[in-house]
Design a protein around this ligand. Structure first.
Ligand SMILES: [Zn+2]
Length: 310
């Protein structure tokens, strides 16, 4: 079986300006790492803009918020949606292409054209709430993918595992009342955005596992073993989506958790094992954060190498 790798050069058109941690170099470093011979079997896909992309975005977001993000931006201007979240001339195109890529991955994995997929998209998405872009995120791409997948035949229950070091407040907001979607997140607290307490459980479908500054891979793994992985198994999803952020790495500048690439490898293997038992291995992994370029490239490589062996 195949692992799909989605990338489009137009993801680089989302320009966040000088010195922003969420910049184009992130994808260039990932692509350079994936040039290695062991990644040759990846099936590389250049996504195309879907005709139904606005309808897909509307599954999660309000029209007013969509209008704001999709407005025309002049070449020489940046429009701030919040202090960290900028719109450039190419942002609207880049984010619609990212949504198209991830939904195409849902189709192909669901049709068994591939075992799983990794989508190297920008901008990230998990902070975007149904009515508000924030935290580097324009639209909530993983939530759009989940909402889309739920409309396909044979997909009744979806699990989203979010191992980005920040809480996916937007994803939680999108599904807090939807028992068909399980959302589990591990995230440093206190840190941006400030949500993600264990008491936030939705309708029993949400598991929040805070991490403490300085926490190591050993403690991280224990929390997954004790809390997230058993809950995922019990939920028994028809499809697993990953909000794959790599900013819990020890070298990441935006957080202070002490993971290394081996920890991402371990976690990916654990999730693959569960996916093989509950949903024929169907996983779609979507890039979120990760801001040390070298740590990001190494961690994504470890993650994809496991997906390819599944
Ligand atoms: Zn993050």
């Amino acid at each position: 079986m195949t692992t799909l790798y989605y990338y489009h050069k137009d993801f680089l058109l989302h320009d966040t300006g000088l010195g922003h941690p969420e910049n184009q170099d992130r994808l260039s470093h990932i692509n350079a790492a994936l040039d290695r011979v062991e990644f040759k079997p990846l099936k590389r896909i250049t996504p195309v803009l879907r005709q139904d992309v606005l309808g897909l975005i509307r599954l999660v977001h309000t029209q007013a918020m969509m209008d704001k993000v999709l407005q025309k931006v002049a070449k020489e201007h940046y429009i701030p949606l919040d202090p960290d979240t900028l719109l450039s001339e190419g942002s609207a195109h880049a984010v619609q292409l990212a949504v198209s890529a991830v939904c195409d991955a849902v189709d192909k994995v669901n049709d068994k054209q591939a075992n799983n997929a990794f989508c190297a998209v920008r901008p990230p998405g998990h902070h975007a709430e149904p009515d508000q872009s924030m935290g580097f995120c324009l639209f909530n791409i993983i939530s759009i993918a989940a909402s889309y997948a739920l409309k396909l035949p044979h997909i009744k229950r979806i699990a989203i595992i979010d191992f980005d070091v920040h809480h996916g407040n937007g994803t939680q907001a999108a599904f807090a009342n939807n028992a068909d979607v399980f959302y589990a997140s591990s995230h440093e607290m206190p840190n941006y955005p400030g949500t993600g307490y264990p008491s936030e459980t939705g309708v029993g479908n949400i598991v929040n596992v805070p991490l403490v500054s300085g926490e190591t891979g050993k403690q991280f793994r224990e929390k997954y073993r004790q809390q997230i992985l058993p809950a995922l198994k019990q939920f028994n999803p028809d499809l697993i989506l990953l909000s794959a952020g790599f900013d819990a790495h020890k070298d990441d500048p935006l957080a202070s958790i002490q993971l290394d690439a081996e920890d991402y490898l371990w976690l990916t293997q654990e999730i693959v094992d569960i996916a093989n038992r509950c949903c024929e291995g169907k996983i779609i992994s979507v890039l979120e954060g990760g801001y040390n370029l070298y740590a990001l490239a190494e961690s994504v490589s470890a993650h994809i190498a496991v997906l390819m062996k599944s």
